[in-house]
Design a protein around this ligand. Structure first.
Ligand code: ZN
Ligand code: ZN
Length: 216
């Protein structure tokens, strides 16, 4: 019995490529950056500790383009440690400069989030001013005014005399969701600017992002 050849849909056919460059054709430092056993640990502000094959640990600073090893400091070469960190960032094995690894507070997927963010949010879950979203509870269309760095359990809403998390319609959403301030574009004065409209605080998960922006 013969099986028909597997013919995948064209959209999921990646082009064939090797996983690493042909290291025989690279310069010595570039080849060693790929082939030597090294461990890269992200520090803060664009710095990475590299445990080298020799047993020494060096610090690479990607913002400054420097490494603490003698090859870089004395000979001024773009050393194998600098190259290795660049490779690992490109391959998404370590976070890029200014980011850290964390589970997104909204979708819970592991992500590289901004280092300074007190609530980790992945790029897919981040909302920007002017983004359109749907209120999952009412189906209303809202426009994002800003995404805050405050948790729903921390934001007190005076009009409701409770926090955003404790507000009855929000009880099914995580209390550690970041608060998103939104406005209603299709109610009140139709000519009012986004800045002048009343703002309402929502837990992020209550809003379904839409792939559109309000053109003003
Ligand atoms: Zn180095
Ligand atoms: Zn997310």
């Amino acid at each position: 019995m013969t099986h028909p050849a597997y013919t995948p849909a064209s959209s999921d056919t990646p082009s064939r490529r090797p996983l690493s460059p042909d290291t025989g054709r690279l310069g010595a430092r570039a080849a060693r950056a790929w082939t030597e056993p090294m461990a890269v640990r992200p520090l803060e502000r664009g710095r990475y500790a590299v445990d080298s094959a020799s047993g020494a640990t060096y610090v690479v600073d990607l913002f400054a383009g420097t490494c603490s090893c003698p090859d870089h400091e004395i000979r001024g070469e773009r050393c194998k440690h600098l190259r290795r960190v660049a490779i690992e960032v490109t391959e998404r094995r370590v976070p890029p400069p200014g980011r850290r690894r964390a589970d997104c507070a909204v979708c819970r997927r592991p992500s590289f989030v901004p280092e300074s963010a007190s609530i980790p949010i992945c790029d897919d879950c981040r909302l920007e001013r002017g983004d359109l979203a749907t209120d999952r509870e009412t189906g209303d269309t809202v426009v994002v005014y800003r995404m805050t760095d405050e948790a729903a359990s921390e934001r007190y809403v005076e009009a409701a005399d409770c926090t955003v998390a404790a507000y009855p319609k929000n009880e099914g959403y995580p209390a550690d969701d970041p608060v998103v301030e939104v406005v209603y574009p299709f109610s009140g004065d139709p000519d009012a600017d986004i800045e002048d409209r009343p703002r309402y605080a929502f837990p992020r998960s209550r809003l379904a992002a839409r792939d559109e922006m309000l053109i003003e």
